[in-house]
Design a protein around this ligand. Structure first.
Ligand code: UDP
Length: 254
């Protein structure tokens, strides 16, 4: 699949990411789906382990507005694909195809509430297992055993970035045919514990502003957005200068 490199990280380019996931499921090859936003891209600049996991993921989708607006500024006509929406579409597909789903992450009872809510919407949904995201080492061993025994086809991991990316990297061998998606705080939304920004804010790339209003403690983390803009701008300028000097062989500017 075509990709565009943003700050040294790949972003796969597609106008139908659900189809990409369906294709991975059909091939039974297994996949790690990373949903990238500016916060994650900036974390990866100073965390080479995270950068390496992102580079190895089978599918990296543009979850955040910063990433999408940057891609568009580079002439890539692409729409934002929030991981939460892609995951919902994957769960719907799973219920239609009777593919078992496993949920890992969130505070106690949160994932259970998610399953309860989904079962109202998708009566045919097969749930292979539910684990909250605050497990001890002993509990983790049980979780791994359950994953291996149940072989779910879709595994949603909501442990926050970068823990969920590392967890998927370290455990995907247990279910090599599954599609693993890092879903961040999506369980909190699906359970009704938190509310997503209204659609009009999302449509105007302002979901981050709503999050900041609701969770002001995120302010420090969200500084990643202006830092991301500065970083991509400086990379584009450097690239333009090398091009002028005839030194660039890069696949794309950033
Ligand atoms: N979480 C978890 N275990 C941990 C740390 C966090 O299950 O050890 C969950 C937490 O309950 C929340 C999610 O991970 O549901 C992180 O949410 P956040 O919105 O911070 O996600 P991010 O911004 O990292 O995507």
């Amino acid at each position: 699949m075509p990709e565009f490199v943003v700050l040294g990280l790949p972003v796969h380019i597609s106008n139908n990411y659900l189809k990409c996931v369906q294709e991975q499921l059909r091939k039974r090859e297994g996949a790690h789906v990373v949903t990238i936003n500016s916060e994650m891209a900036m974390q990866a600049q100073s965390n080479s382990e995270l950068a390496s996991v992102i580079r190895k993921a089978e599918l990296v989708i543009p979850d955040g507005s910063g990433v999408v607006l940057f891609l568009r500024s580079q002439g890539i006509q692409i729409n934002r694909c929030p991981g939460i929406e892609l995951s919902e579409a994957v769960v719907k597909f799973a219920s239609e195809q009777k593919l078992p789903v496993f949920l890992i992450g969130g505070a106690a009872e949160v994932a259970k509430t998610v399953v309860y809510n989904w079962e109202q919407k998708f009566p045919d949904l097969a749930i292979a297992g539910i684990w909250d995201g605050y497990f001890s080492t002993e509990q983790e061993a049980d979780l791994c055993e359950q994953l291996q025994a149940s072989q779910p086809r879709i595994i949603l991991v909501g442990l926050g970035v970068p823990r969920q990316e590392f967890w998927i990297r370290d455990h995907r061998y247990l279910c090599p045919n599954a599609v693993w998606i890092g879903v961040g705080g999506s369980f909190d939304i699906w359970s009704g514990r938190k509310i997503r920004a209204p659609q009009w804010l999302r449509d105007h790339h302002l979901e981050w502003l709503y999050r900041l209003y609701k969770e002001p403690w995120r302010a420090r983390r969200m500084l990643a957005l202006p830092h991301f803009v500065l970083a991509v701008t400086s990379q584009v300028i450097k690239q333009a200068i090398s091009k002028l000097l005839g030194r660039s062989n890069a696949k794309n500017p950033v």
